[in-house]
Every structure is written in C-alpha cells, then in structure tokens.
Write a protein that binds this ligand. Structure first.
Ligand SMILES: *Cc1c(COP(=O)(O)O)cnc(C)c1O
Length: 492
C-alpha cells in the first residue's frame, strides 16, 4: 500500500515513510492511495480475535510492508498495559452504548494511538534503515502531550519535547505533564491558546534552518500529533472492534447500521471513524460533537469553514480548537481527491481565515456526518442528568458528546443504536465533573477527586492521586517566537 499527499498527488511513499515523516514536505497530510475493504471473511476472522490481534490485522491492511507478527508485537506492547480490555463497551440502555477509551496509562483516548506509535516508528525506521535519532515535537491541547510523553519516555535514540498552552489545560492535565519522568523528555508552556501552540510547532517543523541544524546534530524531527498517519491508523481499530464486540454479544444483528458520536477537536478521532465506514463497516451517521468552539458545526451546516470568531476556553479543553488539522483529509476526499483545490482551501484558511466547499460536497458530507454542539450550560446539565439517570459519571468531553447525541435524537426520531466515544476519565477533570454532578465547587483538584469518588464509586486511579506529591520538573513558560531556539537547545 502506497501513500500520497492531500496537497500533491504525485507523491508516492510507503506507509513506513509516511509514519517517519509525519507530514509531507509541501505541508500536505499523507493518505493511503486506496482504502482497503473489509470482506465477510475478514469480519469472520476478526470476530474470533482479541483486541491486540484485531489491531495487528487491521493495521496490516494499511501497512503491508510489515508482517502480522511484527504488528502484533507492537499492539501487545501497547495494549497489554491497559488491563483486561483495552476498549470496553458499556451498555447504557437498549440503544445507547459507551466505548470507554481511557483505560490506558494517561487516562485519555490519546493512549489508544500513542502507546502504539513509538513502536510503529521504530519498526518504520528499521525498515527504512534510518540511523538518525528522532526528535518528537508535540503541540497539545492537554491530553496528547501526556500520552506522547508516556509513549516515548526513555525510548532509545529519541527525544520528545511537548508544548502546551499555558492557560489552556486543566490542572490535572498540566500536573501530569510537568511531573513527567524520563531522561529524554521536556515540557514547555506557551503563552497563547492551542492554535498558537500548534501553529508555532508547525512552523518549527517546516523551518529549513532548524531542520539543517538538527541534522548536523544527528536528529530528524517527527510529529506525534494527530496528523501523523501512525496516530490515525490505530484509532480505526476501535471502531471496528466495538462493532464486532456488539455483534458478538448480539446487541446488534449482522449488517445492522450504528452511529458513533464523537467529541471532536482536531478531527482525528472522528476521521478514523470515517475510514472505518469507507472500509465497509456498517456505520449510519458519524455524529460530530463540538463544544462552544463550534467551527465544525457551522462547517457541516453551511459549507463554510470560518475561524474569524471568538475563541472560548471551556471545561472540555481538549476540544478548544478552531483549526481542526485533520479536516484536511476529509476535504481531500470530499473533493474527489483534488490536491490543488485542497491546497487552495488550506491556503485561504491561513490567509483569509476561511474557505468554502461546494453544495455538492456539503451534500456528500451530510450523508456521512451529523454535526451539532453543546455550550457550557448544556454540557453541565447533561453530566448531571446522565449521572442522575444512569449513575454513570461523564468527563466534560464525553458530556459534550452525550449532549449532542440528545439533540440528534430529537432531530431524528428513528435513530440507530449509538455508541458514544468516551474519551477521558472523569478524574482528569475532577472539579468540573464534581460541580456538574453535585453543584458543589471545590477549588482543590485532589479533594474534588476524592469527593467525586465518594459520590460515584468509580475507581480513583493511583496515577491521579500521586500527582499531588510528585516533583514538578518542567515549569518554564515561553512565547511562540522562542520555540525554534528552545528545540535546538534541547537537541544538544
Ligand atoms: C483529544 C481529545 C478530544 C478530541 O479528539 P480529536 O481527535 O482532536 O478530535 C476529545 N476528548 C478528549 C478527552 C481528548 O483528549
């Protein structure tokens, strides 16, 4: 299987190269030249497999240069640390299910991909006989940073540097990052929001002086952000695996269509669902749930992506994003793989702050996606009502998804069975979850976590409570124009 770029279709590279490069040199994102289809035979085989085997099998359809056994070894290193089931399905009622993706080391769904990525990367480097050391740069809205740090800590010949918006993440998220252990890690706050953070890291990535300077030090840069194909690919697995689990437990019949409702920021998670659907998984609608930063809701409704709008800091910080990078891949597909047009649109986004798609493209998107958003009041009320009804605590991101699902149900009476993608443990956001459920606001994150435990009886992870006393190693906050020099210094 070869990969090409959303902005230059003459590019043809292997999956291994796509993973090592992260982003194409003209700025485009790598996409597979064709999307493999799941046959009835595939489904039969997959039904019998455990999560690691499913992951290896599905990744192998896209990474044909590796063997099933090689990919299985990657999957095992990643998912055996999750406990019994890496991605359990919890039945809420006859038509509603939760896919809990936060049983990994950092308690957020980013672990589903970032525990695998380091292994895919070393396999790819081996395959391509690359001897350069790797410098991983990450811009994070909160959860990617910690998951990437855990994934890459003390990996040979690798350094990782994470940048987060200094006032844009939750207290727990910040503590998780600045207390990170490992010899090869570094973490910086950036003055600005996530978009500023992401833009400056992207610039560093494409800066030829930085690239040359690093090369002289024996390093090449790579990205652990969700634009990397090695992030998207492991995410396709849990959509398919969830379907198979439901089929295996006879919650659905063969071929029955279901919805997935996804709390969305950078459009990475839901895009993996799009790939699963294109592979032939019986998905009815992909429900794109946004918070008050509802640029995607407007995009799907009006056909215009417009970032000239206020930016809101919300209780679901990992979705406080105006530029959803992975949408570029969907644009490429909606335009029938028109690389010139995709390129023009992204350029227009950066020069004029907006672009349009055609009515025909909007029609196609509408077949695939339902989009809506939940403001802060809606989200808080949803978390409270959901706990009252089902005794199930939602983290604020998953709260946004449930709120949007409720809106979807009102708009479509005969909705299919729906799986909510649950993206984080409530204990990553204990103050806001406690407040939503009880109306009781407590200024201290750790006391909030304890109170939340008393109220909900959901296991309180040791990894959260130990943050209180763990040494804080990384306290530096820099401005966006200091990123280049910071990266170069770290490489020394
Ligand atoms: C990253 C994240 C999201 C958004 O996922 P995208 O792939 O960026 O759309 C939602 N919820 C949580 C908890 C996250 O960490």
């Amino acid at each position: 299987m070869l990969y090409t770029s959303t902005r230059d279709k003459t590019k043809k590279i292997s999956g291994a190269s796509a993973i090592v490069s992260g982003i194409s040199d003209e700025g485009g994102l790598f996409v597979p030249q064709s999307i493999p289809k799941l046959s009835g035979g595939d489904i039969k085989k997959l039904l019998e497999m455990d999560y690691c085997e499913r992951a290896a099998y599905i990744m192998n359809l896209y990474l044909t240069e590796f063997s099933f056994e090689q990919l299985l070894a990657c999957a095992k290193k990643a998912y055996l640390q999750f406990g019994e089931d890496a991605a359990p399905i919890v039945k809420i009622d006859k038509k509603l299910f939760m896919l809990e993706l936060w049983h990994g080391p950092t308690l957020a769904f980013k672990d589903m991909a970032l525990t695998v990525l380091p292994h895919l990367l070393s396999l790819s480097k081996q395959h391509l006989n690359i001897k350069d050391k790797t410098l991983i740069l990450v811009a994070t809205s909160g959860d990617t940073g910690k998951a990437a740090l855990e994934g890459f800590k003390d990996v040979d010949d690798t350094k990782i540097c994470v940048f987060y918006p200094s006032d844009g993440v939750s207290n727990m998220q910040k503590l998780q990052m600045i207390t990170q252990e490992g010899k090869n890690v570094n973490v910086f706050g950036i003055k600005g929001n996530f978009d500023d953070c992401q833009n400056s890291v992207k610039q560093t990535f494409n800066d030829s002086k930085v690239i040359e300077n690093l090369k002289s030090k024996g390093y090449s840069m790579s990205s652990a952000n969700s634009i990397n194909w090695g992030r998207l690919l492991p995410q396709i697995v849990y959509y398919i695996s969830a379907y198979l689990d439901m089929l295996g437990e006879e919650q659905i019949s063969e071929g029955e269509k279901i919805n997935f409702c996804v709390p969305t920021g950078n459009f990475g998670n839901i895009l993996a669902g799009y790939y699963a659907k294109q592979m032939g998984l019986p998905i009815d609608k992909l429900i794109c749930a946004s918070n008050s930063n509802n640029v995607l809701t407007d995009f799907f409704r009006k056909g215009e992506y417009n970032i000239k709008r206020p930016f809101f800091k919300t209780i679901s910080p990992s979705m406080d994003i105006l530029i959803s990078s992975n949408l570029e891949r969907l644009l490429f597909y909606l335009s029938e793989q028109d690389d010139k047009l995709t390129s023009e649109r992204i350029n227009a986004l950066y020069s004029e702050g907006r672009y349009h798609i055609t009515d025909e493209e909007r029609g196609k998107a509408k077949q695939l996606f339902y989009a809506n958003y939940s403001d802060e009041d809606d989200s808080i009320e949803t978390i409270q009502d959901f706990f009252d009804e089902y005794s199930y605590p939602l983290d604020p991101h998953t709260g946004v998804a449930v709120s949007v699902y409720n809106k979807y149900k009102k708009d479509y009476e005969k909705s299919a069975k729906t799986v909510i993608i649950s993206t984080a443990s409530p204990y990553k956001f204990p103050q806001d979850v406690l407040f939503s459920i009880t109306g009781d606001y407590c200024g201290d994150s750790f006391r909030s976590a304890k109170k939340l435990y008393k109220k909900t009886a959901l296991d309180l992870p040791e990894k959260i409570m130990e943050l209180k006393t763990k040494p804080q190693r990384f306290k530096q906050i820099i401005s966006t124009d200091e990123v280049n020099e910071t990266v170069l210094k770290f490489a020394d």
